[in-house]
Structures are given as C-alpha cells and as structure tokens.
Design a protein around this ligand. Structure first.
Ligand code: FCB
Length: 486
C-alpha cells in the first residue's frame, strides 16, 4: 500500500492532470455552504481587458496616454489589445457560463461613450455595452456594472485637471445618466466608482498610476470630488432606474502596527484613516476621520455646504475590494503622516518571509483581513449590505499540456472564503463574492506580469485556458446549488 502511495505521489509530480485531480480532491471536502441567495461571480474592468483602444469612435483615456509614457509600465507594455474582450466577449461569456458564475462585474469605459468626456455621445460605444450586456443576460448571468474604473477621458484631464476639479462630479453624473438610461432596463446592479483611494493615491499622490501626479493636495481634492461624484451618481441612478440597486466599491486593507510600540500603533491608526476610513467614514457616517482631518488640514480642500450630505446619500450596498493587510511603522522624518506602511514593494515572484506568504504582487496572503474587515463593517459601520467586489491571488502560473495547475490560488480562495463564511455566520450582511479576476489581464503599472485570472490568457495568441482554480470555483458554485454540506 505504501509503495502504491509513493508511486502515486511520484506520478503527481510529473502529471499535471493527476496533480489537478489531487488538488481538487483535497479541497472538495471543504466546500462551504453559503446562504441560498449569496452571489458568486467574477470581475474585470474595461481598460484591463477590452483592448480595442481606438475602435468605433472611442476617445483616449488617461491610461491610453499614461501607458505610452516611457518607463511608467513594466516592460513598456500597453493595453491596446489587452485580452481583446471587446471582440472575444462571446467566448469569455461562454466560459463564465461553463464555470456557473451567477454574476459578472465589468465596467464601462467613459471615453467610449463620451470621446471628449462630455457633450457628444458616441452611440457605437453604447452599442458595445448593449451587446455585451445582452450576451451576459442571455447566459443567465447577472450584470454588475461599474461606471468608473479609472479610465477617465483624457480630454477631461487635459482641460479640467480631471477629478481635481469640483465640476467633474457634474460631468460624471452626466455620463452616468447616459449609460443608465441606455442599459437601466436590463441592468439592476450599479457600482458608481471603483476604489477612490487607489485612484486618488496612486494616480495623484504616489504618481505611479495615471495621470501620474505627486501631490498631497491633489490627492485630497480628487478624493473629495470622487466621493461627491458618487453621491450624484447614486441620485442619477435612483432617478433613471428606480428599481435598481446602487453602491460604490472601496478598497479596504487593514493596517496593523509592525511592532508593539505605541508609536507604531499610532501610525497604524493614521494609516487606517488615510487608506480605509477616508472613504468609509464620509460615505457611511457623513464625516472624514477627525484625527486625519486635523493632521492633514493643510491639504484638505474646502468642503462646501451640502458636500457631506451628497457624499452620504444612502446607497443600497458597499462593495469591498480586499486582498491583504499592511504593517505600519512610525517614521518621524516623513512629513505630516509620519507613517510608512509595507506593501509598496513589488517583487517578481511570490516568496515567503518570516513564516508569512506573499503573492507575486508582494502582498501578504492574510485571510484574517477578510474577517476583520467584515466584522468592522458589522460593528463599526452599522452592518450595511456588502459585496466583496474583488478578492484574488496573483500567483505565477505555468501552462503544461494545455492545463494550468494553480494550487496556491485555490488555497487563497478557499482561505479567504472561509473567513467570509465565518463572518456571515456571525451576522455580517455579506451578499456576494466576486473573484478578481476572470481573466489574466493588464495589471496597470505591472503590465501583464501579474496573473490573477481564473482563466489563463496567452496575450500573444489570446488563447484562453480555464485554470484548476476556475474548475474549483465551478465545483464550489455547483456544491451550493446542490446544497452540499462541508
Ligand atoms: C484593484 C483594482 C483592480 C485590480 C486589482 C488587482 O485595486 O481595482 O483593477 O488591478 O486591484
């Protein structure tokens, strides 16, 4: 018996199919049972998957311009073709159907609809989203549309400094109205904005995302105007499509002190305010975090009467993107914030350090962050309905004989989902989970070097291969439908 086991074990080293079976067998006994109406989906965003950068009258986005600047994107890669989802969406939707996905979260590219940002509507842009949405619905999948996932029309950046300008909230509302008017008869779940923190911070404070600015003033202005734009968009959606559910997606990355020192604890508090509560607190409590506001008062924009009411416009849900946690250290020489957090280093491949596992983005694999965040939403933010609109593992994949065996990704999903399950069992109002991402895609400044997908994409041939994690996700979804217990 022992020999047979050894033989089998040896075989698994060489044969990806058996390896895959073993992995699937291992996790099969672990399927968790979620509430009956819990939604399992997957997510993408327009710029990261569509390609077709200048098709059918599309205008340029700030990312089209940014990816053409020297040295901004790893290996000088661009998203001109990306996953060619613009043309290959029927194949991608067929795969989603095969995986049994209940929902697909995708975004609309603003410059496809308004090539100059405002004014003239490009009907061919809207036609694309009609085709895509109809195909999603036809496959029995529920569309969740994000209205702004960072690909701002370049014209608005050049003319108005983008979201640094207060007027942008109105232009955003105009764009949202056009999209919701066209699709609102079919689409009942809307997400106004994806991750105001990352858009404002990476693009305007740290400068490694479009539009590439490095100013704390710009960061706070952009944040405030994005949140205002969200409030206006919610009102527009209510108006155009009263039976729809609408919310926003924010990122949450719990920050813990790096050591037991009181100074690091203070820094962790500051970092949590700067990265997490800066969105959640105005959206759900109607005020910016007081300690942050006081410390950073030099940089906060003028807040006019009515702004905070607009931002706090009641939404139907809060979308949360969660990947990891960070550690904070007090650094006296960093002006104002006096805080440094881990998580900024991006190595080339995953690694382990001091017993901790890191993904290829350099992000710590830390499933407890999921539980902690959901409990925070439950206890500190009034337990609003939540969707996990993104969670996923970037790991290095290898294609062997047309299969991709990715046990780390399966483990990642399993561990994070277990924490969702735990929080739901304790009363957290979580309605669904979207794996990021459906496809290996253009990961912003990292180009194509990071693979998050359930589906492997060869970016030269555009060939798709469902990874073992994709099949695992299908089995998990099927197990829900059959009501299998762990
Ligand atoms: C999130 C973004 C998404 C993707 C993942 C990895 O911050 O919303 O577009 O890049 O990270």
């Amino acid at each position: 018996m022992f020999h047979f086991f050894l033989f089998f074990l040896t075989l698994t080293q060489f044969c990806p199919i058996i390896d895959q079976m073993v992995n699937r067998w291992e996790v099969k006994s672990m399927y968790l049972q979620f509430p009956e109406d819990f939604i399992f989906g997957s997510a993408t965003s327009s710029f990261q998957v569509e390609g077709a950068w200048n098709a059918d009258g599309k205008g340029l986005s700030i990312w089209d311009e940014f990816t053409r600047r020297k040295g901004k994107i790893r290996n000088g890669e661009r998203a001109d073709t990306a996953c060619d989802h613009y043309h290959r969406y029927p194949e991608d939707i067929a795969l989603m159907k095969e995986l049994g996905l209940g929902a697909y979260r995708y975004s609309v590219s603003w410059p496809r609809i308004f090539p100059e940002g405002t004014g003239r509507i490009n009907s061919r842009g809207l036609d694309f989203y009609e085709r895509l949405t109809d195909a999603v619905l036809e496959a029995g999948i529920t569309p969740f549309i994000t209205l702004f996932h960072w690909d701002l029309p370049l014209a608005l950046q050049q003319k108005y400094k983008g979201f640094e300008n207060r007027e942008m909230a109105d232009m955003f509302a105009e764009y949202c109205a056009a999209v919701v008017r066209a699709l609102g008869d079919r689409v009942k779940r809307w997400i106004t904005i994806n991750e105001p923190f990352e858009y404002a911070a990476f693009g305007h404070f740290l400068g490694y995302h479009a539009p590439g600015k490095k100013s704390l003033w710009a960061y706070f202005r952009v944040m405030h105007n994005l949140l205002k734009g969200h409030g206006m968009a919610i009102r527009v959606i209510r108006n155009e499509c009263p039976d729809a559910e609408a919310g926003i997606t924010v990122s949450v990355t719990p920050v813990h002190p790096a050591t037991a020192s009181a100074k690091d604890a203070w820094s962790a508090g500051m970092a949590n305010d700067f990265m997490n509560h800066i969105t959640l607190s105005p959206l759900l409590k109607g005020c910016y975090p007081p300690a942050l506001r006081k410390r950073m008062r030099l940089f906060f924009p003028r807040i006019l009467e009515g702004d905070m009411e607009l931002i706090r416009t009641p939404a139907d849900f809060t979308g949360i993107n969660l990947y990891s946690r960070e550690l904070a250290m007090h650094k006296w020489y960093i002006p104002f914030l006096q805080t440094w957090t881990t998580g900024q280093d991006v190595p080339d491949s995953e690694y382990e350090k001091e017993g901790r596992q890191y993904s290829s983005m350099g992000w710590e694999v830390y499933p407890e962050a999921m539980y902690e965040t959901l409990k925070m939403m439950q206890n500190d933010y009034g337990n609003p309905p939540v969707y996990i609109t993104e969670n996923g593992g970037p790991f290095t994949d290898r294609v062997v004989d047309d299969t991709v065996t990715d046990p780390k990704r399966i483990q990642y999903m399993q561990d994070y989902l277990e924490k969702v399950h735990l929080a739901v069992g304790e009363g957290a109002d979580v309605r669904g989970y979207f794996y990021w991402s459906l496809l290996d895609n253009f990961e912003w400044a990292e180009g194509y070097s990071k693979r998050f997908g359930l589906i492997h994409v060869n970016h030269e041939t555009q060939k798709r291969i469902v990874k073992a994690s994709g099949w695992w996700y299908r089995d998990l979804i099927h197990a829900q439908q059959r009501g299998e217990q762990a």
